[in-house]
Ligand binder design. Structure first.
Ligand SMILES: Cc1cc2nc3c(=O)[nH]c(=O)nc-3n(C[C@H](O)[C@H](O)[C@H](O)COP(=O)(O)OP(=O)(O)OC[C@H]3O[C@@H](n4cnc5c(N)ncnc54)[C@H](O)[C@@H]3O)c2cc1C
Length: 475
């Protein structure tokens, strides 16, 4: 151990290698329920340092887990098998902004919102906007292929990343994609995005920037219940309008953010935002208002200035934090369903809540069918954590059965790996495993994630097991 620590100190300096029990505690969790303490945490500043750290870890047979801000909700940054955590918290430089070709080159530890703030004076912004954007990093966003309220119209992270410099599991430094809009050959950029830190560590990222729209209009439509609000969402999309965001909050969420100005006692609210050219936004907002009217809203409120808009969004952005007012803990589930199934799936979630006795607050990126049911509980009560995990698993089963998927944006990580067979066949997973071993065979990067745990395979290296033994090996 002393020898490993010394080699790492030689790379980054003694201030940036942590291995005392107290220091490591901070790195044992992310936003999920999983916990595990790494052996060592290293805080590099450059790509070359990341490469050297990976080489040291590999020689010493230690797993490597990259870590951004630790806001992940599926356990991706949790060092399940100990080893070395590489924290990106010192790699926070915006290296270049090209306002003409509209891209920025950033280090992976740059906080999502800091990038948009930095380029705002140029009339530009970075579109993917996870609700955690004040804290989460571009590196973490890439690994999870993160979305956000405005990804309905603009697409998720993969649509906004042109290229990246990465370190592979043997320490090699290479480039996937580039500043040009099209790259030739295999799209290794695309494969790496959403791979949850299992294939490569991004050390420099080239992101696309967009021009700040001419006009933004935000409206709040208040409904008696989630059923009518869901029907209004289908009505809007069915009319061929794609707003930049359609968010839905149910009565528990409204109750949690009491004071945010949403009408108390309402069953559901929709927050709808349009942006673009002024004339178009005006036309579409009138159309949306008239569609919402068809579903008998209790109220429709249109923000008239940026302050009012900000206030409407403050409630939405504060929901998760505010759930603490309703219960000591919440377990946030992330599943996506076809929009047309919203009413049916929300009904089933409601029934599940009634039959189990656990309150479930529903927050949705409703426009793209991405559900975030939050199961309220108290982890101090014996059995509560186990129960809510089982309810979460059941919600995901309902989503998949409705033609949806296991994750809209939070990834699989440790949280949903055992539900992968709900969606993927043995052959599907074997193909994924072959991709993993094309990148590396030693299981250095983020082992024990994404693939099902497979008790019969031992506790690690499912990828290699599947590839060696063939389909079914993970069971
Ligand atoms: C209140 C709250 C709201 C949220 N809202 C949203 C939302 O609207 N949309 C959404 O998509 N997510 C949301 N999330 C989830 C989370 O913020 C995102 O998954 C985010 O992208 C994680 O970024 P991070 O920097 O915290 O990464 P971490 O949690 O530190 O890591 C996440 C994964 O990325 C890997 N990783 C980190 N950096 C790198 C790198 N440089 N190279 C390779 N792999 C790397 C890690 O190994 C891990 O697997 C929310 C979370 C919270 C707590």
């Amino acid at each position: 151990m002393d020898k490993i620590v010394k080699s790492l100190i030689d790379v980054v300096g003694s201030d940036y290698v942590l291995w005392s029990e107290a220091d490591l505690l901070v790195y044992e969790y992310d936003g999920s329920v999983d916990r595990s303490t790494p052996l060592i945490v290293v805080l590099p500043e450059t790509t070359e340092q990341v490469s050297k750290i990976v080489k040291i870890a590999r020689v010493n047979a230690l797993p490597v887990v990259a870590r951004g801000a630790g806001t992940g909700l599926s356990g991706g940054a949790v060092a399940e098998h100990g080893g070395v955590v590489i924290s990106m918290s010192r790699m926070t430089q915006i290296l270049e902004v090209n306002e003409y070709d509209k891209y920025a080159i950033v280090q992976p530890g740059v906080v999502n919102l800091d990038l948009s703030t930095h380029v705002a004076p140029l009339g530009l912004y970075y579109a993917p906007d996870p609700s955690s954007q004040r804290a989460c990093t571009i590196g973490g966003n890439i690994a999870e292929n993160s979305g956000g309220p405005h990804c309905l119209a603009y697409g998720v992270t993969t649509n906004h990343v042109l290229g990246m410099e990465v370190v592979l599991a043997d320490g090699t430094i290479t480039q996937f994609g580039g500043v040009e809009r099209e790259s030739q050959g295999y799209d290794l950029r695309g494969i790496t995005i959403g791979s949850e830190g299992t294939l490569a560590i991004a050390t420099t990222i080239i992101v696309r920037l967009l021009r700040v729209p001419e006009t933004v209009k935000t409206m709040l439509a208040v409904f008696e219940d989630v059923e009518t609000a869901s029907a209004a969402v289908s009505g809007i999309i069915g009319a061929g309008i794609i707003p930049s965001a359609i968010e839905m909050m149910d009565h528990f969420c409204i109750q949690a953010v009491a004071g945010a100005g949403y009408p108390e006692g309402a069953g559901a609210v929709l927050l709808v935002e349009l942006d673009g050219l002024e004339e178009l936004v005006e036309d579409e907002s009138r159309e949306i208002e008239s569609i919402c009217q068809e579903f008998g809203p209790l109220e429709i409120r249109v923000a008239t200035d940026p302050d009012e808009r900000e206030k409407l969004w403050a409630g939405r952005k504060g929901v998760l934090g505010a759930l603490g007012r309703l219960a000591p803990n919440y377990y946030l589930v992330d599943g996506t369903i076809p929009r047309t199934k919203l009413v049916d799936v929300l009904r089933q979630i409601n029934e599940l809540s009634e039959s189990t006795g656990y309150r479930i607050a529903n927050l949705l990126h409703a426009g793209d069918g991405n559900l975030h049911p939050s199961i309220l509980f108290d982890e101090r009560k014996p059995g509560d954590t186990k129960n809510v995990l089982a309810i979460g698993a059941e919600i995901l089963r309902i989503c998949v059965e409705a033609g949806g998927v296991l994750s809209g944006e939070h990834g699989i990580g440790l949280e949903k790996q055992d539900q992968m067979p709900l969606m993927f066949t043995d052959e599907d997973m074997a193909a994924m495993a072959l991709l993993k071993i094309a990148f590396e065979t030693e299981d250095v990067f983020n082992p024990g994630k994404v693939f099902p745990t497979g008790a019969a395979c031992g506790d690690i290296s499912q990828a290699r097991a599947i590839a060696r033994v063939g389909p079914g090996a993970y069971i």
